[in-house]
Design a protein around this ligand. Structure first.
Ligand code: 13P
Ligand code: SF4
Length: 361
């Protein structure tokens, strides 16, 4: 019999060294706004000057400068979701995109360290697809109301109650939930994923509204769950119709996490990157209302030349947990590392890879 002391010593020996132990920690740099920092960051300020007053730039600039410098020294890449704030999106990220784009890009980057500026499920997805890379999230508490609406145990019970019905899980879920899933989907491919399955009835969980929106585009019977996005569930068709009444030429662009009644009054519905593309293709002088998280309009406003954005502003508190100071801390102290139980990761990876490898129509 193994004594407790020996067992815990063995366990300690087997424990993987932390990212800080593997890569070492650095000293926190001096965050003074020097002339050199002002000069180096000036081109980046140009990209965000519509959103950050000049008087505030000296606070952001040293973080931007040191993040970009340490990112190179560490050999790290920064992936940022479209909802990140303009200073993250424009000044420090290497790749920005929607959930599917970030999942795909995560498999293509050469760097050994990924800093995920987004919410926890996105960092987990990057880790699933890159088990040998180090994935850091600047704030481990950056969650998601959809992800928190369901557990792996809930999915096991659904499968017991409905044997043989395939389960499509939105990528906005924990690895535990993905592990119980046949295939993942995102807002940009949900219909295609559902259609790819050889079954007349399909679970599309946990976003009830996404599932209802998918139901309108497929003959298959969709079963779902009562999860909602706390940002998108707040938009109503009435408020959007009031905008349309005031100006019928307004283009309404909605995310499919909105209630179907909201999507119905929209001129276009799609993933965050789909929404960006649609907005970018509007003629100068058009007015566009983005029915989604506020930062996105701020991020694309400058490039969408001549398009006026109307912002019924809803912030995602989870996305907003990621800040420049926390990104710098991640790079200095190599935290917070995302790790997934290997047995869960193996099953969850299958579901994500199956989605990533699905051929486009
Ligand atoms: P996208 O995949 O469209 O970027 O959506 C992610 C998300 O969390 C939207 O709320
Ligand atoms: Fe989750 Fe909604 Fe925030 Fe997206 S916007 S991360 S779905 S809570």
């Amino acid at each position: 019999m193994v004594s407790t002391t020996t067992a815990s010593a063995e366990k300690k020996k087997a424990a993987k060294p932390s990212a800080a132990e593997r890569f070492g920690i650095l000293e926190m740099p001096d965050l003074t706004y020097t002339k050199a920092i002002a000069r180096e960051t000036a081109p980046l300020y140009e990209k965000v000057k519509h959103h950050i007053p000049e008087i505030e730039w000296p606070v952001h600039a040293p973080y931007v400068y040191w993040i970009n410098r340490l990112k190179k020294e560490r050999g790290a890449v920064i992936l940022a979701h479209n909802y990140q704030t303009p200073e993250i999106y424009h000044c420090v990220s290497d790749i920005a995109g929607d959930s599917l784009q970030l999942a795909r890009e995560a498999t293509l980057v050469d760097e050994d360290i990924i800093v995920q500026c987004g919410v926890h499920f996105m960092a987990e997805t990057s880790k699933l697809l890159n088990p040998h890379k180090t994935v850091l999230i600047p704030d481990v508490k950056a969650g998601c109301s959809l992800s928190e609406s369901i557990t792996g145990e809930d999915v096991r019970l659904l499968k017991q109650a409905y044997p043989g019905v395939p389960v499509v899980t939105y990528v906005n879920t924990s690895a535990d939930v993905k592990a119980e899933t046949d295939i993942c989907c995102t807002s940009s491919n949900a219909v295609r994923v559902v259609e790819s399955l050889d079954s007349d009835t399909v679970f599309c969980i946990p976003d009830e509204y996404l599932a209802m929106n998918v139901q309108k585009q497929t003959k298959k019977k969709i079963l779902t769950w009562k999860g909602h996005c706390e940002v998108h569930e707040r938009f109503t068709a009435e408020e959007l119709l009031a905008y349309k009444e005031a100006d019928p030429a307004i283009q309404i662009i909605a995310h499919p996490e909105c209630h179907p009644s909201v999507v119905k009054v929209a001129d276009y519905a799609g993933s965050t990157s789909g929404m960006i593309e649609y907005a970018m293709n509007q003629k100068p002088g058009s007015k566009v209302l983005l029915v989604t998280e506020c930062s996105m309009a701020s991020n694309i406003e400058k490039e969408a030349k001549g398009v006026e954005f109307i912002k019924p502003c809803n912030l995602c508190p989870h996305m907003k947990r990621i800040t420049l100071p926390k990104i710098l801390e991640s790079l200095v102290y190599m935290k917070q590392e995302v790790d997934i139980d290997p047995a869960i990761a193996k099953k969850a990876r299958r579901a994500v890879e199956r989605m990533v490898n699905l051929k486009p129509n």
